[in-house]
Design a protein around this ligand. Structure first.
Ligand code: SAH
Length: 481
């Protein structure tokens, strides 16, 4: 072990930073979070450091470094970029036995500053002994992603209960098990869901139950369901909350549309179950999905119900939540990037645009019923952008209905197939000819239809995959492209 890890209590202690440039500024920002008393020695300061000095956040000595500046310091940081000055600072600190960190100079430093993940009171420090800062940054990013934001809140909550827990559970083993339950079980979930009063009640009840327990029984398990949006396919478009849910899952019930790359992020020993709905078998499949969620949750498992895009956009997520509520199963919802947002972004189509469209409608043309029930009059009127889900099969009826109700045949249209995935294709045309274009290019599901003047911007703003195939009508959409 080349360096000994140690967390310093710097509240109210003197920390001397030598240097007043941007590097010093970053160090000062970090050190300020520790509550240290800051002295900055430098002839000149950046605007931000000068402002901090004016506000009394730090003391500024506006001159070059002198050895006596380190007197009484707990820690000295040299951030001048001048090797001669840095060496003088290191020498002065060393002479007084004060820990010194010289930025980007391990040789001159007696202490090095780790990369940190801050979930205070939980703090994780990563060091490669100064040999591979890029690696330290990567490890840090991985830890950032793995430890969700709410962990600090959970730790603070646990700290507030510490005395009570200690008094109630004198047996060390039992206490440890209780903490495991507290940090991972339903209480932590409630804290994450910002339901503190309920969390308090749950913890109090469990503590009471554990105290009364004759033998140290394992805490009661309680399953739950997270309804999670997997996004359009690219795992980079998952939210951190979705990743956390996947990594904590015992069972993942996923749709067919969810990509393999996303499923690969689930906890290694999680049970993956495809519950895709084949055409025709919808109603049966939905009932089965509802049953499975309840079954697994009642068995104490953490269930992730994973859906493509967003779970509450054309995904029957609402019905699944209603079912869970009726069954008394607790749940949370993690939104995902819905196809309209992903396809538009990856095709270079701004869904709203000051010059072309001020509103967006998400519609579906899934089947006969949904087509008949649609208010075409209002869809065809105006210039709003339409994002049509599940519209490939019904494309002829869809275009015909919009034309019949007065939307111009020259309205630009883009079909985005497999949006955001490596195999993405974009086919463009107009309301009058997109049907022919789709047939010519054999567009298949999953594909999203974007109708409106904004679609023409794909011609100039495309950036992902191949350039759009097909062509916009001459003249009609020039203004938008
Ligand atoms: N809940 C999903 C929608 C499910 S309906 C969401 O929020 O995105 C399924 C339809 O979504 C498909 O028929 C298609 O129109 C659209 N879709 C989903 N993923 C897509 C993708 N990667 N590219 C294009 N369209 C997609």
């Amino acid at each position: 072990m080349r360096y000994f890890p140690l967390f310093l209590d710097l509240r109210g202690r003197l920390v001397v930073v030598v240097g007043g440039g941007t590097v010093a500024e970053r160090k000062v920002e970090l050190l300020a979070a520790s509550g240290a008393r800051l002295l900055v020695v430098a002839p000149r300061l950046t605007a931000a450091l000068a402002a901090a000095a004016r506000r009394g956040r730090l003391e500024h000595r506006a001159r070059r470094f002198e050895a006596a500046d380190v007197d009484g310091a707990r820690l000295v940081v040299a951030a001048t970029g001048d090797p001669g000055v840095n060496r003088a600072v290191a020498g002065a600190a060393e002479a007084q036995g004060v820990v010194v960190n010289v930025v980007d100079d391990v040789e001159l430093s007696s202490g090095i500053v780790p990369a940190i993940v801050d979930r205070s009171p939980l703090l994780i420090a990563v060091s490669t002994a100064g040999t591979a800062p890029a690696l330290a940054r990567r490890v840090r990013a991985q830890i950032e992603a793995a430890l969700d934001e709410s962990l600090g809140r959970v730790a603070t909550f646990a700290a507030a209960w510490r005395t009570r827990i200690k008094a109630a559970l004198t047996d060390l083993d039992r206490r440890r098990r209780f903490y495991d339950w507290l940090l991972e079980g339903p209480a932590a979930e409630l804290i994450r869901q910002a339901r503190l009063p309920v969390a308090e009640r749950v913890v109090a009840a469990e503590l009471e139950r554990q105290r009364g327990a004759v033998a140290a029984r394992p805490p009661r398990g309680s399953g739950s369901v997270a309804l999670v949006g997997a996004g359009p396919g690219d795992p980079g478009l998952l939210t951190l909350a979705a990743l956390r849910a996947l990594q904590g899952a015992d069972v993942v019930l996923h749709d067919r549309l969810v990509s393999g790359a996303v499923l690969a992020l689930a906890r290694r020993d999680a049970q993956l179950v495809e519950v895709g709905k084949s055409a025709g078998g919808h109603r049966v499949a939905q009932r089965r999905i509802n049953e499975l969620m309840v079954l697994h949750a009642r068995a104490g498992r953490r269930v992730v119900r994973l859906k493509g895009g967003d779970p509450l956009v054309f995904a029957r997520g609402g019905e699944e939540l209603e079912h869970l509520r009726r069954a008394g199963i607790s749940f949370e919802v993690v939104p995902g990037i819905t196809a309209a947002l992903a396809c538009a972004a990856y095709a270079g189509i701004p869904l709203t645009h000051r010059d072309h469209s001020g509103s967006l409608r998400l519609v579906t043309a899934h089947c006969r019923e949904s087509i008949d029930a649609t208010d075409w009059q209002s869809l065809a009127a105006g210039r709003e952008t339409l994002a049509v889900y599940m519209g490939v099969a019904a494309l002829p009826q869809l275009c015909a209905a919009l034309l019949r109700h007065g939307r111009s045949a020259a309205t630009p249209v883009a079909l985005v197939e497999n949006g955001s995935r490596p195999e993405q294709r974009v086919v463009v045309g107009s309301l009058g000819d997109i049907e022919a274009q789709a047939a010519r290019h054999a567009v298949r599901s999953p594909a999203l239809l974007i109708i409106g003047e904004v679609a023409a911007l794909a011609r100039t703003l495309h950036w992902f995959g191949e350039a759009p195939a097909g062509a916009f009508p001459q003249g009609a959409s020039r203004s938008a492209a």
